[in-house]
Design a binder for this molecule. Structure first.
Ligand SMILES: Nc1ncnc2c1ncn2[C@@H]1O[C@H](COP(=O)(O)OP(=O)(O)OP(=O)(O)O)[C@@H](O)[C@H]1O
Ligand SMILES: [Mg+2]
Length: 304
């Protein structure tokens, strides 16, 4: 049987090298017994999936991807281009979208994540005020945040993310318009509106799941030095049934401690495009994660 393959993004400046963003992970993957290959992320996002996978050997078998985020439609094109060369992504396109975009995972995690609503929108075209008001109404008033189906403008918090009162439709619309404007062509799916919860803790924990098992808990990559709170590290058993229900093989859950001490899921992500904190790939935890991924590749057929 062919070794498990990891597909990493190539360095745009040196196409034969791994993107520095994930270069240490390529070493960890090889140490775990996997093979590695490079894909051209720019070509994939430009719509040329054939060129993106041109350097992947034919008949490589089962593969995980690790690298920059990919819009779900482009991921489907990647899967198809790889299939044409005899390589199957271990997370199929439907499962990828389910974990990557909030509307895909929200229903499963509704009890443990802030209340949310969403409405589709295209880049550069924010929803009308009346549509936003109707979408936000079930959340009631009080503070909220807006983001797209995948990413927020958290670094432009007051301008394009947070709003003090969701029932103030004028303000909600202004913040949403600015978020859509700043996301520009990268706006994914549409607009998500969420009730705001207080997370006073020092930082989020990112729990890494492979086939329903929490194999690693790291800091959030925004705060690589922050040690995850014990209560967050202990949340695995409570979340395991939800991760199992989601049915995606490699996911992350970002966890924060609410002011009442309850661990909450801030967001779910596809593990292939979730960042590890700087330096984590070379640690014992990083090794454990890559070994689990290699083991998983040999144990089940790929889902849709
Ligand atoms: N409902 C909420 N209540 C309180 N704080 C929130 C809420 N949603 C998001 N935040 C805060 O905003 C930050 C960014 O939100 P979120 O993680 O959803 O966006 P993101 O852009 O996908 O971030 P990243 O991919 O870097 O984790 C969170 O880390 C959290 O601190
Ligand atoms: Mg986040």
């Amino acid at each position: 049987m062919a070794a498990t393959l990891f597909l990493f993004c190539a360095d745009p400046l040196h196409p034969l090298r791994t993107d520095p963003h994930v270069a240490d992970e390529a070493g960890a993957a090889r140490a775990a017994g996997a093979g590695t290959a490079l894909i051209d992320h720019d070509a994939l996002l430009a719509g040329d999936a054939g060129a993106a996978v041109a350097r992947v050997e034919r008949g490589a078998g089962a593969a995980w991807y690790r690298g920059w985020m990919i819009p779900a439609g482009r991921y489907a094109e990647l899967a198809e281009a790889l299939a044409g060369r005899g390589t199957t992504l271990l997370t199929g396109p439907e499962a990828y979208r389910r974990a990557h975009e909030l509307p895909g995972w929200y229903g499963t995690f509704a009890a443990v994540t802030p209340r949310s609503a969403w409405l589709p929108a295209a880049p550069g075209d924010p929803p009308a005020e009346a549509e936003l008001a109707a979408a936000a109404a079930p959340l009631g008033g009080g503070p909220g945040i807006v983001k797209d189906y995948v990413k927020s403008r958290k670094h432009e918090w007051h301008e394009a993310c947070y709003t003090p009162d969701l029932s103030d439709t004028g303000r909600l619309a202004a913040v949403t318009r600015r978020m859509v404007e700043l996301q520009d062509g990268f706006l994914t799916g549409g607009v998500v509106i969420r009730s705001f919860e207080e997370y006073p803790g020092p930082g989020e924990a990112r729990m890494w799941w492979v086939d329903g098992v929490p194999v690693l808990t790291t800091a959030h990559p925004d705060h690589p030095g922050v040690r995850p709170a014990p209560a967050l590290c202990a949340a695995g058993p409570r979340l395991a049934p939800l991760v199992a229900e989601l049915g995606c093989r490699f996911v992350t859950t970002d966890l924060a401690l609410r002011s009442d001490g309850v661990p909450r899921v801030v967001e779910v992500g596809d593990g292939q495009v979730s960042d590890l904190p700087r330096g984590a790939a070379g640690t014992a935890g990083g090794e454990r994660l890559f070994r689990a991924l290699v083991r998983a590749a040999g144990t089940r057929s790929a889902p849709s």
